[in-house]
Design a protein. Structure first.
Lengths: 281, 166
């Protein structure tokens, strides 16, 4: 018992002494020897620490990678959502631009009453150039009403149901529009074609027609209001042995990208069929 | 009652035709999804009501299109008649029968449309119609035949299951 007590006291004293020396060493009380000692210990600690962190990284890497993959998927989903939102907003901006231009056009011509309509389809037959709009008789649309955009003439209503109407474009092979040439002050007839190209016929041989002349509706025949822009003459064909000159017209409206159009609702096409005399047998 | 599915299916076809396929043009030609659908349906041996589908599809097209209403009706009935005729001759090669029907049917429908428009006074030249509309449309219809057949075979198998005899 006496031996045990003396050994315990001895051990305690040794611990206290060594601990005190270490504290003094770390406190820098031993000068150079202290620096060497603490430097060696800290070097070992650094070495162990670096290795430990490397091992920790290695061991925890799969978990981090799974987290990153999940985070990446979340961010990709967020990017996709934002991209879809951007596309929607861009579409709305484009629609707003179109509507704004149409409002400007309608304001510039206050004598007409306009109804905006969206183009929702095209005629299934490739022989015809018709579009379908989302306004019908419920909105006051009637057969024969002209259709325009802020750029110019599009066509006229050919058939109507309650909530939709079919519009014959001026590019249709069956379309003919009485026009006048702004510069040469002469009348002509605008014809559509199977390819969608526009041509002018019935231009008097005496008229001086040049490329660049602006083509407007003349209002003759009562099918369309007057002074709606259609396009510009691209080239003229004048042959001495023909009765009339002919010309090709570049339309101002892009018929392949029609989205929103205006129906002129206060215009009534005049049906002059009863005025045409019946052939006498 | 199962034939009533023709209404939504053909309406969907019409919707796709007017919104998408009429805008996808080659020269001035466009694919006729309704024609190809009806042809793919009619060459299926077990389909018994293809005539009804043809009349319904024709009336729907006639309602929407500027072409006189009877032109697509007569045209699609001709397509189904042709399919019924050829289906017995090519019974071992249904895809060949479909190609033959789409080829002949496209000619029939387009020439019928051209003739009707000529009678109505549309100034369309035959060479323009051939080169710019009929031949490009024919090519597009042939291209469309394969994917449409894949869908219609499934639809026909679901609507008109074949009874196997032991």
């Amino acid at each position: 018992m006496k031996d045990f007590l003396s050994r315990s006291i001895q051990t305690t004293i040794i611990f206290l002494v060594v601990g005190g020396i270490l504290l003094l060493a770390f406190g820098g009380y031993f000068g150079r020897a202290s620096t060497l000692f603490s430097g060696a210990l800290l070097g070992v600690q650094e070495w162990v620490s670096v290795r430990y962190l490397a091992i920790q990284d290695f061991l925890t890497a799969p978990r981090e990678s799974a987290t990153l993959i999940q985070r990446n998927a979340e961010l990709e989903a967020e990017v996709a959502r934002l991209q879809a939102e951007v596309i929607t907003l861009e579409q709305k901006v484009a629609e707003t631009d179109i509507l704004s231009a149409l409002v400007d056009y309608a304001t510039a011509k206050p004598e007409n009453t306009y109804l905006a309509a969206a183009v929702i389809g095209r005629d299934p037959s490739p022989f015809l150039h018709y579009v379908i709009i989302n306004r019908g008789s419920n909105d006051g649309v009637q057969r024969g009403m002209p259709i325009v955009t802020d750029q110019g003439l599009v066509g006229r209503v050919d058939a109507v149901i309650a909530n939709a109407a079919r519009v014959m474009l001026i590019t249709d092979p069956g379309s003919s529009v009485n026009v006048r040439l702004q510069n040469s002050k002469t009348d002509a007839m605008l014809l559509g074609s199977l390819t969608g190209d526009l041509s002018l016929d019935m231009i008097s041989q005496d008229a001086t027609v040049e490329a660049g002349d602006v083509v407007l509706t003349s209002g003759l025949g009562g099918g369309y209001p007057s002074d709606i822009v259609i396009g510009q003459i691209v080239n003229v064909r004048k042959l001495d042995y023909e009765l009339f000159q002919q010309a090709t017209v570049q339309p101002v409206v892009d018929f392949t990208r029609l989205q929103i159009v205006l129906v002129i609702t206060n215009f009534r096409a005049i049906d002059f069929t009863p005025l045409i005399p019946e052939p006498v047998p | 009652m199962r034939n009533l599915i023709a209404f939504p299916v053909l309406f969907l076809v019409l919707l796709l035709q007017t919104t998408i396929f009429s805008r996808l043009t080659l020269l001035s030609g466009a694919a006729d999804l309704m024609l190809v659908t009806l042809a793919a349906l009619a060459v299926q041996e077990q389909v018994t009501s293809a005539w009804h589908w043809a009349v319904l599809g024709g009336l729907m097209m006639g309602l929407v299109s500027g072409v006189p209403w009877f032109v697509p009706v007569v045209g699609y009935l001709a397509v189904v008649g042709l399919a019924r005729l050829l289906q017995q001759r090519f019974w071992q090669a249904p895809i060949l029968a479909l190609f033959a029907v789409v080829f002949a049917g496209s000619w029939a429908v387009n020439l019928l449309t051209f003739a009707a428009l000529q009678i109505l006074g549309r100034p369309i030249a035959l060479d323009d119609a051939l080169g710019l509309v009929i031949l490009p449309s024919l090519l597009l219809n042939m291209l469309l035949a394969v994917p449409v057949r894949a869908l219609i075979v499934d639809l026909a198998g679901w609507l008109y299951p074949v009874e196997e005899t032991l």
